[in-house]
Design a protein around this ligand. Structure first.
Ligand SMILES: NC(=O)N[C@@H](O)C(=O)O
Length: 158
């Protein structure tokens, strides 16, 4: 499947990009802690992201219905962000799978409930700071196995 450049517009249905627009003003990121739960609190951890083994096999998706989840790289390198649109029942629609190439020094936020594949990198292992609106009870993550795995080849990159 084709891998698209990650831009504010192309990713808008799934989340938002994290990068400073320039200047010295604070640039708040309201999407980062979006949650439908009044008692959610921010959780933060470091997520080591492994480089993709090509072809990359996409067979399992996850979502976090109760809070947004954001990733900000601690190093440089390109990450591969794979998300999936939903069917009428809110489950992943394999025809709506999208893959994006995240440029270096750019983070991103998944909106609450967005189906996504575990983050992989293109170049080398990258540590990401993860911030998630969490409430610490069960149901933080839903999993879905795709009926047919989808593969991404290195040649599919933009
Ligand atoms: N996306 C990813 O790599 N993992 C996260 O969704 C997570 O919950 O750790």
């Amino acid at each position: 499947m084709r891998v698209e450049p990650l831009t504010d517009t192309s990713f808008a249905a799934f989340g938002a990009l994290i990068r400073h627009p320039g200047g010295s003003e604070r640039h708040y990121l309201p999407a980062v802690l979006a949650t439908p739960l009044p008692d959610a609190r921010p959780a933060l951890w470091i997520h080591p992201v492994k480089p993709a083994q090509w072809p990359l096999r996409i067979d399992k998706l996850e979502r976090h219905p109760h809070g947004a989840q954001s990733f900000m790289p601690l190093g440089s390198g390109h990450a591969l962000v794979v998300v999936c649109g939903k069917d009428a029942e809110g489950m992943p629609d394999p025809k709506a799978l999208r893959a994006f190439l995240c440029p270096p020094a750019t983070g991103f936020t998944y909106h609450p409930g967005v189906w996504h594949h575990g983050l992989t990198s293109i170049d080398a292992a990258i540590d990401f700071v993860v911030v998630m609106a969490a409430h610490g009870v069960t149901g933080e993550t839903d999993w879905f196995s795709l009926p047919t795995a989808i593969t991404i080849e290195h040649r599919d990159l933009p």
